[in-house]
Design a binder for this molecule. Structure first.
Ligand SMILES: [Zn+2]
Length: 127
């Protein structure tokens, strides 16, 4: 249903150690509704809000997962799964498990199917 090749196909290679973490929200048929990346410059009140509910209140820069949820705010009823992935300069998968701040946002959005990259490939969690 979701493979690592899907994450890397057609995407530019990075010269940095890691590609930006990317989060995609998909519908029941697996079609991408929105795609968003981490930001180290942009803050957002929603990110701040979810961060304040965890032990990481200073995590105010937009995480890919929160960023994607904000972009899809009028289409949340269509969201079936969340896919979070990151890969290194060699195209190998890297850990991208949603952090406690994003877990809060995922629970709020009632997303049940969460896929993320880890060093061995893709992991799945049912929420
Ligand atoms: Zn996060």
């Amino acid at each position: 249903m979701f493979s690592f090749n899907e994450c890397t196909e057609g995407r530019p290679r990075t010269r940095k150690k890691y590609h930006l973490l990317t989060a995609e929200l998909r519908d029941k048929k697996g079609r991408i509704i929105v795609s968003a990346t981490n930001s180290y410059k942009k803050t957002h009140p929603m990110q701040k809000h979810w961060a304040s509910k965890t032990t990481k209140p200073d995590a105010i820069y937009l995480h890919a997962e929160v960023h994607a949820l904000m972009r899809a705010r009028y289409q949340l009823h269509l969201v079936h799964s969340l896919h979070v992935f990151r890969y290194d300069a060699h195209g190998n998968p890297a850990p991208a498990k949603p952090c406690p701040v994003c877990q809060q946002a995922i629970a709020w959005a009632k997303i049940k199917h969460v896929y993320f990259t880890c060093e061995d490939g893709i992991e799945y969690e049912r929420h």
